[in-house]
Design a protein around this ligand. Sequence first.
Ligand code: SF4
Ligand code: SF4
Length: 300
Amino acid sequence: MINEIYSYLESFFETSKLNRLQENYGGGRIFSNPKVGVAQGDDPIFQKFKEVVGPEHLTPLELWLAEDQETIEASKLRILSIVFPFVDKIRNESKNIKKLSRVIVPAEIYSVGRNYANSFKQETCRQIIGFFEGNGYKAIAGMLSKSFSIILKKNFYSTWSERHIAFATGLGTFSLHEGLITDVGCNIRLASVVTDAPLKITTRKSDNPYGNCLYYAKGICRECEERCPANAIDENGHDKIKCYEYGQKVARKIIAKIGPILKPHIRCVNRKLRPPTYPVGCAFCQFGVPCMDKNPIIND
Ligand code: SF4
Ligand code: SF4
């Protein structure tokens, strides 16, 4: 069945209008072909995520039950994680640093692609849920679930971290800049669906959470640190708060310039819906670095 799902996704990525830039940005695709991975619902790593992400992070079974699905053995659930790689055009145009009223901001084409990504990811999840239901199975998605929330304490995290879910399926590992480095690089977006369809599991090659990052694996590189305009990366890792604050500065500049074409996104924070925002990202640390579009450990 995984081959059918992949073909379905490939065709959806090709034809969906939500995966297209506007004509003045070339009208091309935002994301190239996806990658997929599958984990089993009772994988002990999901309990471990309660320690490494936060106690509110849901196991697949908790997410399933929170969506009013009938109870099921955790081992019967499958978690399908989907990688959305940004196309080369966006990656190449984003390598150069640009300044907008003295603030270093990403290329406009990336800001638009990053902003449009949310609606495309959500629709992809809906389509895959429909695919499973059409084949007689049930399915839900963390990002569409009423139990999804950002938990804001001293730090912040979500109740369903797509990066951790993708790691569980063996699609990639974490890194110095805290992105997930997959075989198609770190400049990606992620989504996932939980289903009772008996998908074949894709095993993790290693439980080492940092195996694909040149700094953690070999003590070299740190190019992401050099590219960060906010000094949010150093040898100890990525400072989420500094990164968030810089991202807000970028968003103010980009929204002032191209606000009318951006799509709103509603977030749930500490279980309450917030007013719409217009996420545009920053991601300098992902462009023009060895892990941008590949796993640098395999391709070193
Ligand atoms: S740029 Fe280098 S150090 Fe930074 S995350 Fe990528 S591989 Fe790791
Ligand atoms: S997203 Fe921007 S601010 Fe955050 S770590 Fe990367 S380069 Fe720095």
